[in-house]
Write a protein that binds this ligand. Structure first.
Ligand SMILES: *Cc1c(COP(=O)(O)O)cnc(C)c1O
Length: 422
């Protein structure tokens, strides 16, 4: 079973587009992130098609995968960016991205980050608390600029997803509770250095139903109507990101299935003129990447069998962080061998260091495995724990491929560290 058409078997070989993964492992070593340019383009096209004829700005939620090569691809296709830090702003500016298409999200924006974003001229700050609003007003005044603001509203809807990636419930740290939002909007409208331009929510991630989005939308529409009565007129509505992908057997919600219903409701409320902003991250890149790893050892025990591989939790954190399920595919399947049940684990000294559990595989020491659907929240969450250099990232494009990031060297990991005087 493979989930993305760009990673498919030809004969007895798993390919990325027209390149055998074994060739990339040979040339660049493992662990190795491999992305498909075609998959990025198709993910983008699904949003564009769904938005046809409407005023929609797709701001790629870049924390899912912020490699400059990926950002540049989306920039050239016309995307804006949803950033969550000054570091991400610097990445967008580094590729020549249009600041006028940047929305700045996040609960803990620092004054220096606000300053940098104001100077760059971002489209909008998605403000998440009254305290942030006060600070932004001060920073903007000191800069002699006006900050365009959306309030990120917490609509208190259940996105029906993993607790760690659900963000739209009352108990989450995110956003401003919808019942106090009208008061905070009035405050925002009266503050110097602030211009109210939008309304925003982001209710969670890996969402596969329209229900939670439409519940959130309905609540936002009530809010927007009450704001209008008070003379506060917004220009855009930001519904955040969160569309799910297929890791195992999920049925992802296509952007069009969601947007058709969103437009219907906007039109019904006479709000068809509002610009719609979206912040998709995972659904733009998740199925466009795999993590290649090699089996170092097989360890057959009484209770369990382990395939100890050269990738680990430092390379792909999602399994241990969210109990996430990723497909595991042999790059060169051994159809003649009997399959056994394995836990796929890394070499790190943590029991949480696992990538997959209970998988039926016919494998031998030295075999290559592809951990599927690793394009989102993969490399970006990787660390150098155990002084393990982070993996290289490769972009496949047809029968060609490009190094988007070389493998780190061990020396670079401790460059800048120093011993005490002795
Ligand atoms: C993470 C995040 C996104 C992207 O979410 P996905 O589930 O990857 O689509 C969008 N907006 C905000 C505010 C986020 O924090």
């Amino acid at each position: 079973m493979t989930v993305a058409p760009q990673f498919a078997y030809r004969g007895n070989e798993l390919y990325a587009e027209d390149v055998p993964l074994s060739r990339l492992a040979q040339e660049f070593g493992t662990p190795l992130y491999v992305y498909s340019r075609r998959a990025l383009r198709e993910a983008w096209a699904a949003y564009r098609t769904a938005a046809e004829g409407r005023n929609v700005l797709v701001c790629y939620g870049m924390k899912a995968n912020s490699n400059l090569g990926v950002l540049n691809e989306f920039k050239n296709l016309g995307a804006g960016f949803d950033i969550v830090s000054g570091g991400e702003l610097a990445r967008v500016l580094a590729i020549g991205g249009d600041p006028g298409k940047i929305v700045f999200s996040g609960v803990g924006k620092q004054a220096a980050e606000m300053q940098a974003a104001l100077r760059a001229g971002v489209k909008c700050f998605n403000v998440e608390s009254e305290a942030e609003l006060q600070r932004l007003s001060q920073v903007a005044q000191a800069e002699g600029r006006v900050a365009a603001v959306s309030l990120r509203v917490n609509p208190d809807v259940d996105a029906q997803t993993h607790p760690y990636i659900s963000t739209g419930l009352k108990q989450n740290k995110f956003g401003i509770a919808i019942d106090i939002a009208p008061r905070v909007y009035r405050q925002a409208a009266a503050l110097p250095g602030i211009e109210v331009v939008g309304a925003d929510c982001h209710i969670g991630s890996q969402i596969t139903e329209t229900g939670p989005y439409l519940d959130a939308l309905d609540k936002l529409l009530v809010l927007i109507a009450s704001l209008a009565e008070q003379g506060i007129h917004i220009k855009h509505l930001d519904l955040g990101g969160g569309l799910g992908i297929r890791y195992k057997d999920e049925t992802p919600l296509p952007p069009k299935a969601l947007l058709d219903q969103v437009f219907d409701r906007l039109d019904a409320q006479g709000l068809g003129h509002l610009q719609l902003v979206l912040e998709p991250g995972r659904s733009m890149v998740g199925n466009a990447g795999v993590l290649l790893t090699r089996v170092e050892y097989l360890k057959h025990g009484e209770a369990r069998n382990f395939a100890i591989v050269d990738a680990a939790m430092n390379d792909l954190l999602r399994p241990t962080l969210y109990d996430a399920w990723h497909g595991v595919e042999p790059v060169q399947p051994r159809d003649g061998d009997p399959a056994q049940t394995y836990d796929i684990v890394g070499p790190i000294c943590e029991s949480g260091d696992w990538l997959a559990r209970d998988r039926r595989l016919a494998i031998r020491q030295g075999d290559l495995l592809a951990i599927m659907s690793a394009g989102a929240y993969g490399f970006v969450m990787s660390s150098q724990y155990n002084t393990r250099p982070r993996a290289a990232e490769i972009m496949v494009d047809g029968d060609r491929y490009h190094v988007l990031r070389p493998r780190e060297t061990v020396e670079s990991l401790y460059a800048g560290e120093s011993a005490l005087p002795w």
